[in-house]
Ligand binder design. Structure first.
Ligand code: TGC
Ligand code: FAD
Length: 391
């Protein structure tokens, strides 16, 4: 296949600043040169290329919108374009950057003490330290407010007990941000648990058909004793973790466009080259219909992201608007990947082509950070004023 040409049916590039285009192009070039040549092997082996993290740190990917502590201080559109390009490589690569930036660095920056910021932000920004975010539990996924993990104060320490499941980068993390309820006031707080702390252990989840080039782990906390200063002082209640999710869902909305662009570009080129009945399959009306649907949906998703990013830069993006972009863009990316796989015929099921890998990854992206249906209910509650959740 020819080099990736980008997907820009509506001249959206012209709506980007020169700086935004430069950031996008730098990450695009890096993904082409450093990541795409190795991703298939990592996907086959079920491994994540940890050694690339410091290189991503040098590129300014981690905590890219944050100010100080070695972070790039970019705007939200540039950050979104970074997520788009990383996920054009693989959802697992974008996931690692999302978790590090939106789910670990953002809350430390927003809610941490000065000592916590100094301790973690420079190393996380450089990619020399890895973070993970422990919210989901075996019995509480979509309803994290029901979490069972508890923190009890004993003198100058917190004693944590509980289990977190499906945690990206869990076993390679130097620090886990674990959300737990204070046994006394029953409020949710964030606790920084360092790797190697007695009572803290991790176990990787195997047998995944999705997100194979990404580490997913269980975190176990059994009478895990951490210093009292390791609790984030700046936030309490479910809004703490949910505010982090808003940051990450924003990045996923852009990332999904990247995965869709990868599938579209590959399927289009394949259709132009593959000959059946004496002519390229791209000349058949039913194949064209699929490609037209895909490029139309990608264009709409690009515009959704861009306006959301501009709103976010003005401090006006609402959580429910972010839900809409995450829900829509992941859905169209998943449908795109399924159609692109169909266009490739039998070739669509092998990893020589990236489409099936994106398709399988997007099944996870559809579920994590709030399932498609949970986002439907978040928007439904917003527009009707009626709460359709369990209680
Ligand atoms: P609800 O009453 O809606 O909210 C409780 C408090 O939180 C505030 N809030 C938010 N604040 C900031 N950003 C948001 N997105 C917020 N959503 C809600 C809200 O205003 C309220 O504040 P206050 O001051 O009144 O207390 O709570 P609820 O229990 O009704 O929540 C319902 C629901 C379903 C929306 C929520 O629990 C939810 O979003 N569930 C989905 C869970 C989820 O997304 N988990 C993701 C885990 S992390 C992950 O998947 C990482 S994968 C990353 C990767 O690898 O890329
Ligand atoms: P459930 O909540 O059990 O949902 C199952 C089904 O029921 C879904 O279809 C859902 O939409 C539906 N459902 C649930 N409630 C309702 C309702 N009220 N109305 C209608 N339908 C409903 N979590 C973290 O904390 N940190 C991470 O780093 C992380 N990384 C992940 C990486 C991977 C690869 C995966 C697969 C997951 C990850 N997660 C992570 C967990 C993820 O956020 C959860 O899987 C997700 O929130 C859904 O929870 P659940 O799997 O328990 O599904």
């Amino acid at each position: 296949m020819e080099k990736f040409r980008g997907v820009d049916y509506y001249g959206i590039d012209a709506l980007l600043s020169e700086d935004e285009r430069m950031v996008r192009d730098a990450i695009r070039d890096w993904v082409e040169a450093e990541y795409l040549p190795i991703v298939t092997e990592h996907h086959r082996q079920g491994t994540f290329p940890v050694a690339l993290l410091p290189k991503l740190g040098e590129l300014g990917v981690f905590g890219a919108t944050l100010k100080g502590y070695g972070c790039a201080g970019l705007n939200n559109v540039a950050y979104g374009l970074i997520m788009q390009e990383l996920e054009r490589g693989d959802s697992g690569l974008r996931s690692a950057a999302s978790v590090q930036s939106a789910l670990v660095m953002y809350p430390i920056h927003a809610y941490g003490s000065d000592a916590q910021k100094e301790r973690w932000l420079p190393a996380l920004a450089a990619g020399t330290a890895v973070g993970c975010f422990g919210l989901t539990e075996p019995d509480h996924g979509s309803d994290p407010g029901g979490m069972k993990t508890r923190a009890a104060r004993r003198g100058d320490a917190w004693i944590l007990n509980g289990t977190k499941l499906w945690i990206t980068n869990g076993s390679i993390a130097d620090v886990a941000l674990v959300w737990a309820k204070d046994a006394e006031d029953h409020e949710i707080y964030g606790y920084l648990v360092e790797r190697g702390t007695p009572g803290f252990s991790t176990l990787d989840i195997h047998g995944k058909f999705s997100m194979r080039a990404s580490i997913t782990s269980e975190l176990s906390l059994q009478d895990c004793r951490i210093p009292v200063v390791n609790r984030l002082p700046g936030v309490k209640g479910l809004k703490g973790p949910l505010s982090c999710l808003s940051q990450a869902r924003y990045g996923i909305a852009w990332g999904a466009v990247g995965a869709a662009m990868a599938c579209y570009d590959w399927a289009l080129q394949y259709a132009q080259q593959r000959v059946q009945f004496g002519r390229p399959i791209a000349s058949f009306q039913l194949v064209q219909q699929k490609l037209v649907w895909i490029v139309t949906e990608i264009t709409k998703a690009q515009l959704l992201c861009l306006q959301l990013g501009r709103l976010k830069d003005e401090g006006k993006a609402r959580a429910q608007q972010i839900s809409m972009a995450k829900m829509n863009n992941v859905q169209i990316a998943l449908d795109t990947a399924r159609m692109a796989r169909d266009i490739l015929g039998a070739a669509g099921i092998v990893d020589e082509h990236p489409v099936i890998r994106h398709l399988m990854n997007l099944e996870t992206v559809n579920t994590y950070e709030g399932t498609h249906d949970i986002h439907t209910l978040i928007i439904g509650r917003d527009i009707t004023g009626c709460d359709a959740f369990g209680s």
